[in-house]
Design a protein around this ligand. Structure first.
Ligand SMILES: [Zn+2]
Length: 433
């Protein structure tokens, strides 16, 4: 038996969904035009007026928004309502200068939690369940989003937050947690720890809702086997609300996008041209119900495919594939956004040349990052102590920039192979896509 939170919406026919989208889009464009000066300027530069947008068919006339816009408009430039109407902010895990702050009215929070509630019920959740939320709480959307959704379903909600694995496992066994919400890498770590402690028999989990980072089908299988659960994918981003923008159902064949709140497009990342369903491209979202942070045509940089085939779960909303990569060079390491350009800046500021490799890997289900960089001829030294001191200095400088530990290995001048054309500087061994 498939489980729904809002069946009449989740299983609505296509005409009904399109009707909601058309009506809400027209209203949203007016709202943004009247209240968000930053975006109004972009619309005007394109020579478009709100009257030109009569339905989804006209969506392509509107300009895109990018993460750069969000940074430029930081902090209040894209706010759609007065501060007096907002009750919350959440923020991306981005590093200094790259943070995105999103605002929520009471209604925005309500609808976001509805989306998370849909995900929990699609994973089999009912008010009999004990939902163990091990996503981080705080600025990060993971904890607050699933927490709110869990309460809406009426589940007993455990606000565990991340870390302190022994305590997590103790609560899990003592209280009989049945649904686990966290990143897939933390789920894998919990699964291993539970096995090591020989506590598999005392675990009552039946499902997991895992997102906020890329994970493979193999990893899903391994977590499912070790914990004896069914593992569901969930997708979201702070800019658009948080987790629950799309979620997986029992079919485990792509994530249903909540189309009554978000219009999804897939574009050619080079040209911006909208691609037909079934073609691979960059995912773009327009939030049609958000009040405080109403983004139109926001480029996610995630590469994926949309699928409108009938789903066995009965839901009618379009499905997106798991992201297959990113259209920019951003890496997500330990849940933190890392841009190679940030690393390069640190190296150059510390007197190194741009001859380096960034090696990202996953060891025991945790991400690792190493920066190998050439010393200049002047720096080159036989003294191991001197080299170690230089490495330590760079580790600290990288930590200050990225917010995470990166191993540093200094190598001899001219030892990193020069490439012709575009240098391959990032080696991602994680095989996540
Ligand atoms: Zn489905």
């Amino acid at each position: 038996m498939e489980n729904y939170y809002q069946k009449e919406i989740e299983c609505a026919d296509r005409e009904q969904i399109q009707h909601w989208q058309d009506e809400r889009l027209v209203k949203q464009v007016k709202h943004v035009y009247e209240n968000v000066a930053y975006y109004r300027k972009l619309i005007e530069e394109k020579g478009v007026t709100p009257e030109d947008i009569k339905s989804r068919e006209d969506l392509h006339k509107l300009p895109f928004l990018t993460k750069e816009d969000l940074r430029e408009a930081y902090p209040y430039g894209l706010m759609g309502t007065p501060v007096a109407d907002c009750i919350r902010i959440q923020s991306t895990s981005g590093t200094t200068g790259r943070r995105v702050v999103a605002f929520y009215t009471k209604k925005d929070i309500d609808l976001w939690e509805d989306c998370c509630a849909r995900a929990i019920m699609a994973a089999g959740g009912t008010n009999e369940d004990v939902v163990h939320v091990s996503y981080g709480y705080g600025l990060f959307t993971g904890g607050p989003g699933l927490h709110g959704g869990s309460q809406k379903v009426g589940c007993l909600t455990l606000p565990m937050s991340s870390g302190n694995t022994d305590r997590q496992i103790q609560f899990m066994t003592d209280l009989g947690s049945t649904i686990l919400c966290c990143t897939p890498s933390y789920a894998a770590f919990l699964a291993e720890t539970i096995q090591e402690k020989g506590l598999q028999d005392q675990i009552k989990l039946k499902a997991g809702i895992f997102g906020a980072e890329a994970w493979t089908g193999e990893m899903r299988k391994s977590i499912e086997e070790k914990l004896g659960i069914k593992a569901y994918d969930i997708y979201g981003l702070t800019e658009i609300s948080g987790p629950g923008v799309a979620f997986e159902c029992s079919a485990q064949g792509g994530m249903h996008i909540n189309e009554d709140h978000f219009i999804a497009e897939v574009i050619n990342p080079e040209t911006g041209e909208v691609l037909p369903d079934g073609e691979k491209g960059e995912l773009v979202f327009t939030s049609i119900t958000k009040e405080a942070f109403p983004l139109l045509r926001y480029r996610t940089r995630d590469i994926c495919i949309l699928n409108r085939e009938k789903c066995s779960c009965g839901r009618t909303h379009v499905r997106m594939s798991k992201p297959m990569g990113r259209s920019d060079d951003m890496l997500i390491v330990k849940g933190v956004n890392v841009f190679p350009s940030q690393i390069e800046t640190v190296l150059l500021n510390n007197g190194y040349a741009a001859n380096y490799h960034i090696i990202v890997d996953r060891v025991n289900n945790g991400d690792t990052i190493e920066v190998q960089v050439e010393m200049t001829a002047e720096m080159f030294s036989d003294s191991l102590k001197e080299v170690a001191a230089r490495e330590k200095e760079l580790v600290n400088a990288l930590k200050a920039m990225l917010g995470i530990y990166a191993k540093v290995t200094l190598v001899a001048p001219k030892s990193i192979a020069r490439s012709e054309g575009k240098a391959v500087r990032v080696i991602d061994k994680r095989k996540l896509y």
